[in-house]
Write a protein that binds this ligand. Sequence first.
Ligand code: NAD
Ligand code: TYD
Length: 349
Amino acid sequence: MRLLVTGGAGFIGSTFVRRRLDATDDSVIVLDKLTYAGDLANLAEVAERPDAATRYRFVEGDIADAPLVAELVREVDAVVSFAAESHVDRSILEPTAFLVTGVMGVHALLEAVRVAQGGRRKSAVRLLQVSTDEVYGPVAAGLAPETHPVRPTSPYSAAKASGDLLVQAYRETYGLDTVITRGANTYGPAQHPEKLVPLFITNALQDLPLPMYGDGTQVRDWLYVDDHADAVSVVLDRGSPGTIYNVPGDGSEQSNRAVTEAILAALGKPWSLVREVPDRPGHDRRYALDGSRLRDLGWMPTVAFEDGIDRTVRWYVEHESRWRSTQGAGWADYYERQYAWRLERSVPS
Ligand code: NAD
Ligand code: TYD
């Protein structure tokens, strides 16, 4: 297949591109805007492959740029869309970019697929929208199946849910071949340091405080990045048209306190670094996914949380210059806005 992978310079997208090129004969065009979260270093290994000249191309651009997207979609058999603004806290500070990419961007992709589809007699252009479990909102008890109501609580999850609804509307109205994945909280090497796991690892490495929102009893189901990328591949290859697939983590349901303990233990750092800070507004207490639909396609997570955390910690220990460079010019400003006042009001945990 010829694939257009949007957001392929990001954390999960770059992992997908690398593993897909290894596992198949597909060729890949990556379309990425290179926001603060996109990093060509994530694709360096791909660009250096001996077969890169024939199987890989990078295009810097925006999924909301309709003419560009239309041109690229004409060249491919499927679109796998990872592109999004992906951090809940930033969506609370500045929601606009989330909506532009999550609504207008997804719409531009769908329109391009619809038009490309019109000109083809035989095979459909499949569009896979990479979405998130956060569209369900907090799951108080049990596991959310794909039929769970969509009740987003943050601008991030509302933008993702909006994209999903557009995808489903295009499926119903125009008969496009669409599939959606809804992944759990993902962690692993080379994630931008803004998210919980990499932030706490990189702060602990520098003996900086670890800002825990509220009492840290919120629960997430953690999914190792390679497993997430492979689940997307399985759905791309074998998912039924028009279907949503949850992508759960290893099912161990860790509280944020437990995640923090695992990170500190792996680094040999003390709990005294942890500070309880004022909570995130609209903080979802728990996510938990029913993964039976994807299990029926033959996919299961392979990396247990303890193993994944060890691998992830090791990566950050060994790649200091890399994670420092991904923090980029805007990091100090973001950190100040997000954490300075919280740390002033913090208490030991
Ligand atoms: P990321 O922030 O690391 O990467 C996002 C990538 O998209 C970046 O390379 C960025 O430059 C690019 N991008 C952003 N806006 C764009 C635009 N308008 N046009 C083109 N490129 C653009 O995010 P990630 O963690 O790799 O997440 C990838 C996808 O997976 C997102 O859609 C996210 O919602 C979803 N997801 C993430 C998680 C998680 O825990 N990280 C969990 C479930 C689902
Ligand atoms: P995060 O990695 O931002 O993912 P999400 O909000 O998409 O689940 O956060 C994971 C959990 O960690 C969530 O309950 C919020 C919490 N958290 C903190 O306690 N402190 C922090 O500085 C961050 C970034 C997150």
